[in-house]
Design a protein around this ligand. Structure first.
Ligand code: IMP
Ligand code: MG
Length: 185
């Protein structure tokens, strides 16, 4: 069924809507307000983990009424499937010094927690003034390492989800909602 439950990605996405656009919008606005309150009078560096962060981070940034700058890094932890390969490699790193800055790492989803742990350690080694983690989604059932998520959108059950930046084999990032990928066979 094309665009099941209102999900549209121009690719007959076999996706069942799990978090509707409006629910995400409200949550992102609340996260932005909370961050603006917590960092009042300061400047914040949002560091996104590519590529999954792109949609969430661009909406989040616009919900933060403070001076904000962007940086990105890219890691490999997953292949083209739905399972972690267990190791995390930094493919490319941030391009500005983070020493003395207030840094918020922005992740699409915390699954096993391995990626976030590795990236937080890398960022901590750059001696920021403060470092926090913001994630749209968290799957606590899958946790392999304890991770403190300072700003969290939604806790979700153990489904593989796509949309709003999250992909399966590179696709579905442009779905405006978060949905559960259906088996097509
Ligand atoms: P972790 O290291 O296992 O926490 O995995 C984090 C990364 O795995 C995320 O940044 C996503 O790119 C990917 N990932 C984990 N779960 C999902 C999912 O349900 N849908 C899409 N990508 C996921
Ligand atoms: Mg991914």
């Amino acid at each position: 069924m094309p665009g099941a439950g209102g999900a549209k990605a121009g690719n007959d996405a076999p996706v069942r809507v799990f978090l509707a656009e409006e629910r995400i919008r409200r949550k992102v606005r609340d996260l932005g307000r909370q961050i603006a309150r917590d960092y009042a009078g300061k400047e914040v560096v949002l560091v996104g983990v590519l590529k999954g962060c792109c949609i969430f981070m661009s909406d989040l940034a616009r919900a933060i009424d403070l001076p904000v700058t962007f940086d990105f890094l890219r890691v490999s932890s997953y292949g083209n499937g739905t399972e972690s390969v267990g190791t995390v490699r930094i493919d490319f790193d941030v391009t500005q010094p983070l020493r003395g800055k207030h840094v918020i790492l922005v992740e699409d989803i915390i699954d096993t927690g391995l990626t976030a742990r590795a990236v937080m350690n890398t960022l901590r080694s750059k001696r920021p003034a403060s470092l926090r983690l913001c994630a749209l989604l968290h799957k606590p059932d899958r946790a392999q390492v304890p991770i403190r998520i300072d700003y969290l959108g939604f806790t979700i059950p153990n489904h593989f989800v796509v949309g709003y930046g999250l992909d399966y084999a590179g696709k579905y990032r442009n779905l405006p909602s978060v949905g559960i990928l259906q088996r097509t066979s």
